[in-house]
Design a protein around this ligand. Structure first.
Ligand SMILES: C[S@@+](CC[C@H](N)C(=O)[O-])C[C@H]1O[C@@H](n2cnc3c(N)ncnc32)[C@H](O)[C@@H]1O
Length: 190
């Protein structure tokens, strides 16, 4: 899976500005957050954070760093960690350990699924204008996602976690629903 090619290969509904981004900006502004780790932000970064009020740090091992982001110091702690569209690639242990990278009272904010994703097949037009078929199904807590193109098949997997599993890994949190099956979870480091 080449994450540098994500926007060329995947449907734009995954990365274009959404309810999550608006909620994120409102929340970070209200809480006067300054230093943010953009965890798994991808090649372009979480673009709603590209604003002079924030110092945004990069952590995504699979893409090149966007110019507008900074490299974090080892052991640096943050006012907030944002994980947009990427928490489901981590194990529950890795998710739990993200809290150690927050300053006291700092926040971890991410989006995910509320219920187990149902199997589906849909066509979409990719970033090169090609008609593609997207398929997904979930088995034993692992979502299998496949994109079929003219001459290429891109498949990858990610985890599905219940809100209860997030609760066990992270302690109490605020949960907000959006779309058909999406949630935003906000955890405060206490
Ligand atoms: C579905 S893409 C989402 C990209 C971007 N955040 C967005 O919303 O458009 C998943 C991203 O998670 C990143 N990723 C996967 N495993 C990761 C890990 N262990 N640590 C940090 N980032 C990771 C990938 O490199 C990729 O950029």
């Amino acid at each position: 899976m080449n994450w540098n090619e994500y926007r060329k290969n995947f449907p734009d509904r995954y990365w274009k500005e959404s309810f999550f981004d608006k909620l994120l900006l409102d929340f970070l502004s209200r809480e006067n957050i300054k230093e943010v780790l953009d965890f798994g932000g991808g090649k372009y970064g979480t673009e709603i954070l590209n604003n002079p009020v924030f110092s945004v740090y990069f952590q995504d091992p699979f893409v090149t760093k966007p110019d507008w982001q900074k490299s974090p110091e080892p052991n640096q702690k943050f006012d907030a960690i944002v994980a947009r569209g990427c928490i489901n690639y981590l194990t529950l242990e890795e998710i739990s350990s993200l809290k150690n990278r927050l300053k006291p009272n700092g926040y971890l904010i991410f989006n995910s699924f509320e219920k187990e994703p149902q199997a589906y097949e849909k066509t979409f037009i990719d970033g090169k204008g090609e008609i593609c078929l997207e398929k997904a199904y979930c088995k034993d807590g692992v979502v299998h996602h496949i994109i079929e193109k003219h001459e290429e098949r891109i498949s990858h997997t990610f985890f599905y976690y219940t809100p209860d599993q997030y609760h066990k890994a992270l302690g109490s949190f605020k949960l907000e629903r959006y779309g058909k099956n999406s949630i935003v979870i906000i955890v405060q480091n206490t």
